[in-house]
Write a protein that binds this ligand. Structure first.
Ligand code: CP
Length: 343
């Protein structure tokens, strides 16, 4: 069965902030179609004859593997460039590496990088499609799309008006930043909760979101609080986050760094770990999400992460059809407009 994707105006997927509500809906609808193909093991060929290369300079299990599964399910060839064994260790720049991959025939580049903005830099030098698989504290667009898909499927009331609480190290989380955009764009009300040191100034963290808040939506599209009881009260969904230990010492100057190290692990556990007792503050049918990887016992107890309200493994599984949808849309954009497609 062949699928003719509708026109898509973006050449790359660098940030979910910038996708409009109708574009998010299109991704989710196409992901439903992809999920049906996966269930029935129907072969698809949207990426037949195309080459996808992954370039991950940070560790990954879910994102890299699900891109590989998704690309193969659409008929693409997949290769992995491993930065530690590539010529990057001999001093080759990211730009030269990207140009080299293009010269070797790569059509799609999936890139994860510790520096925010690295995928955007790659996109300026790559004639095909670049997908950001997570860059520093900036963005993780396909994780946010997978989470949106999971929430749409699992929330009985749907996304519009749903109360979603994101809990933990918000400031250093690219997942939180991308989810704040996609969830509010889809009509959800988002509460960001964590220690004061790890809460962002929305105006600098996500200016477009700040405009949305300043626009006076009622009830507000996004709330920020240090009070976990308030944040959990009446929540339809709770997303816990891993503490981004690898980023705590990199953000800002020395004074800023000291203030952003945040509470000790023991203090964090005491004040913010999601336990069954705390989850009882949320709605009786509230679901629990975590983008992974989970540090059980720190941000969430095993009882909750493996309990009946956890949809954490759904998030993982849904990453495949959602990434298939994104790949098919970008491929169709390339076919429709060539390199003239916008980012
Ligand atoms: N959520 C996420 O990005 O997981 P990985 O680091 O395993 O890809």
């Amino acid at each position: 069965m062949n699928f003719r994707a509708p026109p898509w105006r973006h050449q790359h997927l660098l940030d979910v902030a910038g996708l409009a509500a109708d574009e998010l809906a299109r991704v989710l609808e196409l992901a439903d179609d992809m999920a049906a193909s996966l269930r029935t093991r129907t072969r698809r060929d949207e990426l037949a004859g195309q080459r996808l290369v992954t370039l991950f300079s940070e560790p990954s299990t879910r994102t890299r593997l699900s891109f590989e599964v998704a690309a193969r399910a659409l008929g693409a060839e997949v290769s992995h460039l491993e930065p530690p064994t590539s010529s990057m260790v001999k001093g080759e720049s990211l730009v030269d590496t990207v140009r080299t991959l293009a010269a070797l025939g790569a059509d799609v580049l999936v890139i994860r990088h510790r520096r925010g903005g690295a995928p955007a830099l790659a996109a300026r030098h790559f004639p095909g499609h670049v997908i950001n698989a997570g860059d520093g504290t900036h963005a993780h667009p396909t994780q946010a799309l997978s989470d949106l898909y999971t929430l749409r499927r699992r929330l009985a009331r749907g996304l519009s008006g749903a109360r979603v609480t994101i809990l933990g190290d918000i400031l250093h989380s690219r997942v939180a930043r991308s989810n704040a955009w996609s969830l509010t764009t889809a009509g959800a009300q988002v509460t960001l909760c964590g220690p004061a040191e790890w809460l962002p100034d929305i105006a600098t963290w996500l200016p477009n979101l700040a405009e949305r808040v300043a626009g006076g939506a009622s009830p507000p599209a996004v709330r920020v609080t240090t009070d976990i009881d308030t944040a959990l009260s009446e929540a339809d969904a709770v997303m816990t986050l891993r503490i981004q230990n690898e980023r705590l010492s990199r953000t800002g100057g020395s004074r800023a760094r000291a203030s952003r190290l945040g509470p000790s692990p023991a203090e964090y556990v005491r004040r913010y770990r999601l336990t069954s007792q705390r989850l009882a503050l949320a709605r009786p049918d509230a679901i629990v999400l975590h983008p992974g990887p989970v540090n059980e016992g720190v941000e969430i107890t095993r009882e909750v992460s493996s309990g009946p309200r956890s949809v954490i493994l759904d998030q993982v599984a849904n990453g495949v059809p959602v990434r298939m949808a994104m790949l098919a849309l970008l491929s169709a954009a390339g076919a429709a407009t060539g390199s003239g497609a916008r980012d």
